[in-house]
Write a protein that binds this ligand. Structure first.
Ligand code: ZN
Length: 259
């Protein structure tokens, strides 16, 4: 059985500083996600948090990570730029990245998108209905036509990101907003999936349907194993000039060969 190394990173601040959040996620959001995904023996799961040395994301950890899941909110600015460089480089080299909820404003995501990534938001306990709009997409595997989250934080367009390469979900909120809540991107050899639900005040990550989305996203984002392209100056593979040997000067003028 092929196993995948999944690292779940969480800033782990709300759960330690706010009792009401600790009650929902006593082992942290990372602990809940690790537990839900870890029921599948296919996934070898490691967790990492902001407070760990190098935020738990040493070069060795990242080199051994197939897919990195990222949750952050209050402490985006406390993530060291050196670690962000490391994460971004690994994505370019093929590591999958799944960015959750308020992770849309995390340094790695903003860097990889190249835009401010802001949106409208409010905390108002509204219903979120997450519509699957690409049922043939791998991230829609085994999902119903829509997922209803009875209470979530509301995000609203405009979501200031580049147009996704593929858009799998659109959310509607009972306050009236809509949001592109499942966005796929490719950067270098790496794949990035942004998934909106998962405000810390709600038990969203214990849900089976949300876990199915995360599993699908891990499968989609895992490294392809494709070749690493050579960039920069490159010698021709064919001996181009030899093919035109003996050609008249007149004909040669009409070819792309330079003297
Ligand atoms: Zn939130």
């Amino acid at each position: 059985m092929e196993t995948l190394n999944v690292t779940v990173w969480n800033e782990y601040v709300h759960e330690q500083s706010q009792e009401e959040i600790r009650q929902i996620y006593p082992e942290g959001i990372h602990g809940a996600i690790a537990k839900m995904l870890g029921r599948d023996a296919r996934y070898n799961i490691t967790t990492a948090t902001l407070e760990m040395p190098e935020h738990g994301l040493t070069q060795e950890v990242l080199d051994n990570t197939d897919v990195l899941i990222w949750w952050g909110h209050l402490a985006h600015s406390k993530v060291s730029d050196e670690i962000v460089d490391r994460v971004v480089k690994r994505v370019w080299d093929g590591m999958g990245l799944i960015v959750l909820h308020s992770g849309h404003l995390s340094k790695p995501f903003v860097r990889l998108m190249g835009t401010c990534c802001r949106s409208k938001w409010r905390e108002n306990d509204e219903l979120e209905r997450v519509w699957v709009i690409e049922p043939g997409h791998p991230i829609a595997h085994n999902l119903p036509e829509y997922i209803e989250l009875p209470q979530e934080e509301t995000y609203g367009e405009r979501f200031e990101v580049p147009a996704p390469d593929e858009l799998v979900f659109i959310s509607w909120f009972s306050g009236g907003e809509v949001f592109r809540s499942g966005c796929c991107y490719k950067r270098g050899l790496g794949k990035i999936f942004y998934f909106r639900p998962g405000h810390e005040a709600y038990p969203t990550y214990y849900r089976e349907d949300i876990t199915q989305v995360l599993k699908n996203a891990v499968e989609w984002a895992k490294p392809s194993g494709g070749p690493k392209p050579t960039l920069g100056h490159y010698e021709p593979i064919e001996k181009v000039a030899d093919k035109f040997e003996g050609m008249s000067d007149e004909l040669r003028k009409h070819t792309y060969i330079k003297d």
